[in-house]
Design a protein around this ligand. Structure first.
Ligand code: HEC
Length: 264
């Protein structure tokens, strides 16, 4: 192989690396400490459907998803009848977007801030942050709502799922006492101190910890799908594009060799 050819291959590979790097780029800058990995799978339609139901029942009282139409939910395998009877208010039409009846001024009074639209929330925060957020609410009497959150300190949202998860408390764990303990979930190291803080379940909820994890994973799965329903298609197209670029590269290389073979 001549020097020129290897140079060409090297350049081609570098270009490919750059393109695939760009495709994989969006990583999210999360504020605050560590986050847990969200075990989600966008190909799992049953999980997406469970998430959609949870969103309609527990989140949409306060949060809209105004960039999504109900009719889009047929793409996760729900029929129009199922959508109408399970997920919509009687007054809405299947082509409507997911708005919210909540009065903005009142909400501001209750929570200090208007609950944001969640259509593209997963693209802002990322799945892992959302999964952590929904699992790390804890009782905090110093807050107006009575709740605080490890992923979002001093959050204005109350823990709307506490009946399911139960009530967690944040407890100080002294370094000595903690020696033999494993790494409990939600355990966070406080910057600058030797103390650990750890979430403990003070009052059990209707679900076990495992069930609640699965429940929130379904919800996060749905939030991620909602933020970009075309994602599956986009990823498929991306893979195809890379495949054809690679193919073209080798075709061009062969062609170039053919052209130059009499000269060398
Ligand atoms: C009782 C009203 C209410 C309900 C119900 C509710 N939220 Fe919230 N939520 C709020 C408010 C208020 C905020 C703004 C908190 C802040 O910024 O301090 C918020 C903030 C959030 C945020 C953070 C937004 C950001 O700043 O990035 C997420 C994520 C979120 N809610 C998800 C959910 C999910 C998922 C559900 C359903 C399980 C839900 N919420 C149900 C009131 C509510």
């Amino acid at each position: 192989m001549s020097f020129r050819t290897s140079l060409l291959i090297a350049r081609g590979l570098a270009a490919l690396a750059l393109v695939s790097g760009l495709l994989a780029a969006p990583a999210f800058a999360n504020e605050g400490g560590a986050v847990d990995h969200a075990p989600i799978n966008m190909g799992d339609k049953a999980s997406l459907q469970r998430g959609a139901r949870t969103f309609a029942n527990y989140c949409q009282n306060c949060h809209s998803a105004q960039y999504l139409r109900y009719s889009k939910l047929t793409e996760i395998g729900l029929s129009e009848d199922e959508i109408k009877s399970n997920l919509m208010f009687a007054s809405e039409k299947i082509g409507d977007t997911m708005t919210v009846a909540l009065d903005k001024a009142e909400a501001k009074q209750w929570f200090g801030v208007v609950p944001p639209d969640l259509s593209v929330e997963a693209r802002v925060r990322g799945a892992d942050w959302l999964y952590t957020y929904l699992r790390t609410f804890y009782k905090d009497p110093s807050r107006p709502t009575g709740w605080n959150n490890l992923a979002y300190p001093n959050v204005g949202m109350p823990h709307v799922l506490y009946e399911l998860q139960g009530v967690q408390k944040l407890e100080e764990v002294k370094p000595a006492a903690e020696a033999g303990e494993g790494k409990g979930e939600g355990e966070k190291k406080e910057a600058g101190t030797e103390h650990h803080k750890k979430l403990v379940l003070a009052v059990p909820g209707k679900m076990t910890a495992l069930e609640y994890d699965q429940f929130t994973a379904d919800l996060v799965n749905y939030l991620v799908w909602m933020a970009e329903p075309a994602r599956a298609t986009r990823v498929q197209i991306g893979v195809l594009v890379i495949f054809f670029l690679t193919l073209t590269f080798f075709l061009m290389l062969a062609l170039k060799k053919e052209f130059w073979k009499d000269i060398h």
